[in-house]
Design a protein around this ligand. Structure first.
Ligand SMILES: [Mg+2]
Length: 267
């Protein structure tokens, strides 16, 4: 019997082109994966609403991992077998939370911000228009980025090392992104999310084969948790150096590398 295959993939700079967040170049590869019954699981820093947008645009109905491993969203009824994890249910999903809820995160941030008399701003502080100006997203994209379940991003202003240290004591760390830094629960972990989801696939399908694809350092935990880790090229044609994972470098920047891997999987 052939094994059920699952492709865990980063979005920005991997499935999506880095300069315009477009999925056009990955579209036909996604269609090939769907036709072959291979599951595509997004694993990124993006929010539920952002990932839903891409799921819908690509005609996918798969589990996905949000906000840097803070939670796994599984479409209700996706697995026939019960999910043996601590979950909560929404109208569309069973959710496995790894991070603290956004209300806890925001409370911790604002109390420390006040204590240290800092004047940085996060998503929750701003109207849509201001978020759009700071992020370069359009207004609809900004609304999706603002719908946060587990983590907050510092969009403007300075934080101090003392502030970061105190949040660390409370169970949060600071994940630097390409433009902004995000405060995330330490219990959030892309690798753990991939492992838990893989175990669910195993329970459902028996033998599975997992692939992982990313473009940057913050994909390392995801790549460490799969059978076959791969990297796409960065816009300068280089592959990022990973500390502890031997990932295979694909020829092709972003979506071009994504499409190449899909070809390899299908061969
Ligand atoms: Mg990326």
């Amino acid at each position: 019997m052939t094994k059920k295959k699952i492709l865990f993939t980063d979005l920005d700079g991997t499935l999506l082109s880095l300069n315009n967040y477009s999925f056009q170049q990955s579209l036909s590869a996604i269609e090939d994966l769907k036709a072959a019954g291979i599951s595509v699981v997004f694993c990124s820093s993006k929010t539920r609403a952002e990932q839903e947008y891409y799921q819908e645009a690509l005609g996918l109905n798969e589990p996905f991992i949000v906000e840097n491993g803070s939670g796994v969203f599984i479409p209700r009824g996706y697995f026939q077998k019960p999910i043996a994890w601590n979950t909560y249910v929404t109208d569309r999903y069973e959710v496995i939370p790894f991070g603290k809820s956004i209300s806890h995160v925001r409370k911790a941030i604002s109390s420390k911000r006040e204590e240290h008399a800092l004047d940085f701003v996060v998503y929750a502080d701003l109207p849509v228009r201001a978020v759009a100006d700071l992020t370069g997203l359009d207004e609809e994209g900004s609304v999706r980025a603002m719908q946060r379940d587990f983590s907050e991003t510092i969009l403007k202003g300075e934080v101090t090392s003392r502030f970061i240290e105190q949040l660390d004591v409370e169970g949060y760390h600071n994940i630097p992104g390409s433009k902004f830094q995000t405060i995330v629960s330490k219990t959030a972990d892309k690798g753990r999310a991939v492992n838990v989801l893989s175990a669910l696939y195993k329970t459902e399908f028996g033998d599975i084969l997992t692939y992982g694809l990313g473009d940057s350092q913050n994909d390392e935990a995801m790549l460490a948790a799969v059978d076959h880790p791969y990297l796409v090229q960065r816009p300068d044609n280089s592959w990022i150096d990973l500390n502890n994972v031997q990932a295979k470098g694909l020829a092709g920047v972003g979506p071009e590398g994504f499409s190449r891997l899909v070809k390899e999987i299908l061969e």
